[in-house]
Design a binder for this molecule. Structure first.
Ligand SMILES: [Zn+2]
Length: 275
């Protein structure tokens, strides 16, 4: 046994990603007495303003959206019993091709080594045993998600913290979205331009190494997502109701990409080989 609690660090792009992608593992491992750390890279200012108002539309104030989403994020962290919330505070880059991509301070516009150095500092401080983030497609092609993947991989390589076993990519979610009727019902202007066709969401089963049952924490995950109700795409999931939501979202899956444990895969626990 080590002389500190085993620690899970989740690196996410926007406020609300922690709930949909990793709400179950954050709640489950906190309940098991592990330390959980959430790093949210951007301020979410390209999200909806109250009433579903989109960026660039009259009545969308990016600073007010960021402030509201921070409150929502803090509420979600209370529900999920996240031990520590760290905000990198980059500006939301918006979807691929948006002018916000190139704005000063935008996450996508920040050199990877610069943002990775800040994340590495947090990794040295918290010494996570497991780090989770998106796959290299950023899970569905959002620039901030791709950037979160890149800085996480760079920070992990830079710190080389002993016993760190980073895993990457939530895969199950894509299957659920398809199961719910094929397309994620994103508002029209959120769709990437046709020439940047979105990569497929999720991965084939045989590429998934880690299947975590979080059914018991489905209601907590639902409540955490409910904390982010200002975002129209979350309403889609909230409309399922807690029971159906738990049925569909009661398992979270990952792909182990770096490992120091040698634990056999497939596994059912992010901390396999570490406990
Ligand atoms: Zn996101």
């Amino acid at each position: 046994m080590v002389d500190r609690p085993l620690t899970l660090m989740a690196v996410h792009a926007h406020p609300d990603d922690e709930a949909t992608g990793t709400g179950g593992v954050l709640a489950r491992y906190a309940a098991e007495g592990f330390r959980t750390v959430l790093v949210t890279c951007t301020d979410g200012s390209c999200g909806d303003a109250p009433g579903g108002i989109k960026p660039g539309e009259p009545g969308h104030d990016p600073a007010a959206v960021a402030a509201l989403r921070r409150e929502e994020l803090e509420a979600a962290c209370r529900v999920l019993k996240v031990g520590d919330l760290e905000l990198l505070g980059y500006a939301d880059s918006g979807m691929m091709g948006w002018p916000q991509n190139d704005a000063p301070g935008a996450f996508w516009n920040t050199p990877v080594p610069e943002a990775a150095a800040r994340l590495a500092e947090l990794m040295r401080y918290y010494r996570p045993d497991v780090v989770v983030t998106y796959d290299e497609n950023g899970f569905y092609g959002h620039p901030d998600h791709i950037q979160a993947h890149r800085i996480t991989m760079a920070a992990v390589a830079e710190t080389g913290i002993p016993a760190t076993a980073p895993r990457s990519a939530m895969a199950e979610f894509g299957r659920i979205v398809r199961e719910l009727g094929g397309d994620w019902d994103l508002p029209e202007q959120d769709a990437p331009p046709a020439e940047d066709a979105a990569p497929p969401i999720g991965l084939p089963d045989e590429e998934i190494s880690t299947w975590v049952d979080v059914t018991e924490f489905g209601p907590a995950k639902y409540e955490a997502l409910k904390a982010h109700a200002s975002q129209s795409e979350n309403i889609f999931f909230l409309n399922l109701g807690v029971e159906r939501f738990t049925q569909l979202m009661g398992r979270e899956t990952f792909v182990r990409v770096r490992d120091s444990t040698g634990a056999p895969v497939p596994e059912e626990d992010l901390f396999a080989g570490l406990r």
